[in-house]
Design a protein around this ligand. Structure first.
Ligand SMILES: [Ca+2]
Ligand SMILES: [Ca+2]
Length: 195
């Protein structure tokens, strides 16, 4: 029994030490994100304006100009929430009809299964299926080489590229929620096309 306890204590000490090392390494990042836990950012494709929140609910409210204020706090839960998906879809349809309001075109995640930091991209209208890329985004430095899971919205297909300006290899289209984009482009994306 004593031996087992000692092993456990040693294991705990090792975990603690590892956590300490991670904290030290990410001290710089902690300045930009004072709160613990994932950051949920939104970016306006038209001007590149970006804001970040500690809850996904607040991020979606910002991306939809306050028209969806009850998105699940966790994007992982939002992915399986049919009511939320229907609401976002309805919003995209009405935006297309009105041609006047913001729609979410895609959400991108640091970890697999929609975990970690998220980046919600929104703009003027849903994508048109005409064989052309409708919108594109060059990721900011803190989002380069990080994306592992994706959610397309507003009739958009998502294309991922390892260089800015839609250059380099291409992966996609991702047409559905994708909990893991796979090894080819994992942690390599630097720009995104929406078609
Ligand atoms: Ca198009
Ligand atoms: Ca990742």
């Amino acid at each position: 029994m004593v031996g087992r306890k000692t092993r456990k204590a040693r294991a705990a000490a090792a975990v603690f030490a590892a956590a300490g090392a991670v904290s030290a390494a990410s001290a710089q990042a902690a300045v930009a994100a004072p709160e613990d836990g994932p950051r949920h950012c939104v970016v306006d494709l038209r001007g590149g304006e970006r804001s970040c929140f500690s809850s996904f609910t607040d991020a979606v409210a910002a991306a939809t100009d306050g028209r969806i204020t009850d998105a699940p706090a966790s994007p992982r839960r939002a992915a399986g929430d049919t009511a939320f998906r229907a609401e976002a879809k309805g919003l995209a349809a009405s935006a297309e009809a009105a041609r006047s309001s913001d729609v979410i075109q895609g959400t991108f995640f640091e970890d697999e299964n929609y975990g970690g930091d998220s980046l919600t991209v929104y703009g003027a209208a849903p994508c048109e299926k005409d064989g052309w890329v409708d919108y594109q985004l060059d990721l900011s430095d803190d989002w380069k080489n990080k994306i592992t899971s994706v959610q397309p919205w507003a009739n958009c297909w998502i294309w991922l590229y390892p260089e800015p300006g839609l250059n380099g290899d291409r992966d996609g289209p991702f047409k559905e929620n994708t909990p893991n984009i796979g090894p080819f482009m994992n942690d390599r994306t630097q720009s995104i096309g929406f078609s």
